[in-house]
Ligand binder design. Structure first.
Ligand code: DX5
Ligand code: ZN
Length: 219
């Protein structure tokens, strides 16, 4: 199901519920960026915010863990109401086991793939994932420039999944805007994540609507 997942990281947290309501008509899910100040040089939000969002919106939440200990803490987010949880495979000893554990809890398991990670090195995990978050920035901050090398990587992953008839959703995350989204959709992105292009816009709803329409073009 193609669509848009606004990342709340660029929302105004002083009026989070209003910000969600503004773009919810064009959103398919929320993207929740969890950063721990260790895996990335930034600290953001934890399970309390997932609980808060769940009180204000019925849209499913995708939690993107940019943390050093996903195996120890993923369950906090599951209990808080996450529908899917993605982690960076280099942040855990046994990514395959963690994917299976998350799936066993009824949560969609995903991996997030940094720009310098080769497709070959994660191929063995693909049969175990519900979704892959292809990073088009180095994780840590919203508002960074889109890295175009993510586009061929996305196409390569999509080709891998299509060749095997694998049911994997491809998510593109980082610097996604009205300018960069079309190439992502063409390369096979199912879900566009966008933070600053949406919440930093004068008209967040208008940008969300346009991105959501662009995502549908590739369907
Ligand atoms: C990067 C995060 C992204 C990012 C998106 O560390 O995983 O979700 O904040 O922000 P924009 O859309 O502003 O690049
Ligand atoms: Zn993210």
């Amino acid at each position: 199901m193609p669509g848009l997942a606004p990342s709340i990281i660029a929302a105004d947290f002083g009026r989070l519920a209003d910000q969600l309501a503004l773009v919810a008509p064009y959103a398919d899910r929320w993207h929740v960026d969890v950063m721990d100040g260790h895996y990335v040089p930034n600290l953001t939000i934890g399970p309390m915010v997932v609980e808060t969002i769940a009180r204000h919106s019925s849209l499913p939440q995708d939690v993107h863990l940019m943390i050093t200990n996903p195996a120890e803490t993923w369950e906090w987010y599951a209990k808080a109401g996450a529908a899917r949880i993605a982690f960076h495979p280099d942040a855990t000893d046994d990514a395959g086991a963690l994917l299976q554990t998350i799936a066993g809890a009824g949560i969609g398991p995903g991996i997030a793939v940094n720009p310098d990670v080769d497709v070959d090195s994660i191929e063995s995990l693909l049969p175990l994932v519900d979704h892959v978050v292809v990073m088009s920035v180095y994780p840590g901050f919203s508002g960074q420039a889109f890295l175009p090398e993510a586009v061929p990587k996305l196409a390569q992953l999509r080709a891998w999944a299509d060749a095997r008839g694998a049911d994997v959703e491809f998510v593109i995350d980082g610097g996604v805007s009205l300018t960069t989204a079309p190439a992502c959709v063409e390369a096979g992105a199912d879900l566009l994540v966008s933070a600053s292009a949406v919440f930093g816009a004068d008209d967040p709803a208008g940008v969300a609507e346009a991105l959501s329409r662009l995502a549908g073009v590739g369907a």
